[in-house]
Design a protein around this ligand. Structure first.
Ligand SMILES: C[S@@+](CC[C@H](N)C(=O)[O-])C[C@H]1O[C@@H](n2cnc3c(N)ncnc32)[C@H](O)[C@@H]1O
Length: 210
């Protein structure tokens, strides 16, 4: 059975072809191939992970192409397909997608969600869906589509779609974020404090007007 995080990613896939970069166990691909008949290409740069993926694919009788590869290097991405990159850092995600033509991109970064939104959008994408899930911690999953759109700083920090469709998990996340910022406010450099205080006030407003 898929984790809540991987299930939420799976729900966002609505193309016939998927590239899962950093597939590790390939559990997402096995689910999407077996249950939704999606053609999956599972990619990992670690030979151990590729072997693990192949073993899982065989065990589940799935029809999945497993590739040992660094990111999307030398891979032609089909039109109207989705690339998933989850469980990696933002810098790694950006490196993988730079100079690539991707129609739909689903990302779940372990940290720096602000940088993820901003840098992916600067590469010519806009946000079409966002989800937040709580397992051992909060995970934010963002779906992008090709095409520029302008966002403000608040949207890059807090998520344009999450802000529009606030659910209980998101409100709890905002509380935790607020507490965390308040606890650490004195650790920020003077030059960054103004920006952080603005964000803090925006978070408070969102919580209050909920
Ligand atoms: C923490 S696992 C995440 C697995 C899975 N995507 C998930 O969300 O559960 C990160 C995986 O990304 C792989 N990885 C990291 N950088 C990569 C790259 N440039 N190309 C392909 N795989 C990469 C690692 O080998 C590892 O298997």
């Amino acid at each position: 059975m898929l984790s809540k995080r991987l299930s939420s990613i799976a729900e966002m896939v609505d193309t016939k072809v998927l590239y899962d970069v950093g597939c590790d166990h390939a559990l997402l691909d096995i689910y999407l191939s077996n249950e939704k008949n999606i053609k999956c290409i599972a990619i990992d740069k670690s030979i151990d992970c590729v072997n693990k993926a192949i073993k899982n694919v065989k065990k589940n009788s799935s029809n999945i192409k497993v590739l040992l590869n660094d990111g999307l290097n030398n891979i032609d991405i089909l039109e109207n397909s989705t690339v998933v990159i989850s469980g990696m850092g933002t810098k790694n995600i950006i490196k993988i997608i730079e100079n690539k033509k991707i129609d739909y991109l689903i990302c779940q970064s372990n940290k720096n969600i602000y940088e993820l939104r901003k840098n992916v959008c600067n590469l010519g994408y806009h946000i079409i869906d966002e989800k937040i899930v709580l397992e051992d911690k909060y995970y934010i999953i963002i779906k992008f589509e090709k095409g520029y759109k302008k966002y403000n700083e608040k949207e890059y920090y807090l998520g344009p779609i999450l802000l529009k469709n606030k659910n209980n998990t998101y409100i709890d996340y905002l509380y935790k974020l607020k507490q965390n910022i308040e606890k650490n406010i004195n650790k920020y450099e003077e030059s960054k404090k103004k920006k952080i205080n603005t964000l803090l006030n925006q978070i408070k407003e969102e919580i209050e007007y909920n």
